[in-house]
Design a protein around this ligand. Sequence first.
Ligand code: GTP
Ligand code: SPV
Ligand code: MN
Length: 594
Amino acid sequence: MTQNVDADKTKSRALREWIAEIARLTTPDRIVWCDGSEDERRRLTAMAVQAGTLIPLSQQKKPGSFLHRSNPNDVARTEQLTFICTPNKDDAGPTNNWSPPDETYAKLRGWLKNSMRGRTMYVVPYVMGPIGSPFSKVGVEITDSIYVVLNMRIMTRMGSAALAMLGDSDDFCRGVHCTLDVNPDRRLICHFPQDNAIWSVGSGYGGNALLSKKCFALRIASWQGRSEGWLAEHMLILGMRSPSGETRYVAAAFPSACGKTNLAMLTPPSDLSGWKVFTVGDDIAWLRVGSDGRLWAVNPENGYFGVAPGTNAHSNPNAMAMVGHDTIFTNVAMTPDGDVWWEGMDTAPPVNLLDWQGRPWHQESNDKAAHPNSRFTTPMTNNPALSPHVNDPEGVPISAIVFGGRRATTMPLVLESENWAHGVYMGATMGSETTAAAAGAVGVVRRDPMAMLPFCGYNMGDYFAHWLKMQSAIKHPPRIFMVNWFRKDRDGKFLWPGYGENMRVLKWMLDRIDGRAGATDTPVGRVPRLDDLDLQGLELPGDQLREDLAIKKDEWSAEIESASNFFEKFGGTMPPELREKHRGLAQSLNSAHL
Ligand code: GTP
Ligand code: SPV
Ligand code: MN
């Protein structure tokens, strides 16, 4: 048993002491400090293959790529087992699960006692944000899972560079991850923002286990952002280059599995010639006010943990190209010749497919071959549309913020807010149908403010106030919009073709900002008229688009009612400004003739 931490690994005494403390608790057979080298990747990959954790794919069809099958009880984030452990319950607010820090630490320590006996403890230092950026932050994840290490290697700037950045400082996020026996009865994902610490036990999947992502970069970072005056958001960041060569940036928040990765790397329709989209980030944005009074965004991640189903050469050619090599696939189906397959790939399912659990699968089967939340982990450098500014230390300046949900009804294709406060109101009241990205029922509409309901590390009432307060610091605020790619007709078919065609909506936003495009006022915001959108080359019946843009009084009355009930939860922490906005909107809707 190795409990002495080599002094030569890090200059940070706080890090050495913390590693020693967790090692005393979990008693691993050995401690391995990850350096992020290519040699280390090869070694760990070989061990994972040996252990059956990774299945090599065909090196002709998918060079450098592997398949991982997770425990079938562990296939998505578990929000009901995710806790914010602040000293005060009110600090977590009415939308988070809360448990008291002391009791929670005691319980977790009990579970973790000797939990790494016979196993290796990996120490994974990582940087969130570009190396050398004053906005970047260091985290260290302790884990007993090679799969987690290999994913963290793709998702973050991991290894020696992080220790170099940390130096002798004690300022790092402390993440303890232990898979235990993947038993849902001993699974908890706990955040201690006041200690800059995360303890995650009993799950090896995605956002539960890759602690850099939702746990640090959103829950802990949102807490830090409130006290330091910035925002940590569940947002993609994209650049749009116009035919004249000017690039403008947009940050967009959609809930899990609602289209961020797809929008972030979209291929514009050929009819909009000369336009190109560049990806800065696909899931998380850290936003700060620059010295020029604009809002600047950094993507703290280094790779993509993207949804596989629905990805195909038509919907997302860039994603198909980037997962063609050096990718870890989780819970997708496997073909007999060592390739991957999932629903919505747009190719007929090959015969003799193995499903995500490794069982033979037949076309007549009612079960999905790939799990609906199956994913790819791929380095951002694989993305053909990667922005050349992704490593810029100051980030990119944001011209528009977009909120969006998955709504079969009510929400039009796009809505423009009047001003910052109205935009914050739109984000705060937004709803979306639940998806397979989290365990539980799928397709139920719930309020998911700013797509942050499961990811805000503090009281969401205070979070809304923080958003409102940011306005005074941003001299040139981005304009705020709301979108919905998922409205359906009576037969349940999507009204809008989506994917690359979403470029037309993005273009309208820029045209609005620049005063080139028109809109019509409605009680709930501004909506384009048919000829305000650039529809060249798009074959879409006018009636269908009209239906997609319609504001319907009965639907909106229900929406307002639902938002009222949601606001009620917050009591005194709800900013009066939003309540006022809500009352005004309800009134004008009531008196409007729609
Ligand atoms: P997380 O990684 O969970 O945060 O998801 P995400 O927001 O990045 O969603 P992603 O882009 O992976 O899309 C999720 C699902 O929505 C996929 O099955 C996509 O095919 C589908 N989707 C994405 N964009 C569109 C669109 O514009 N229209 C329609 N109909 N479906 C879309
Ligand atoms: C999400 O659920 O929003 C994801 C996947 O991006 S996970 O990393 O599991 O959170
Ligand atoms: Mn996400």
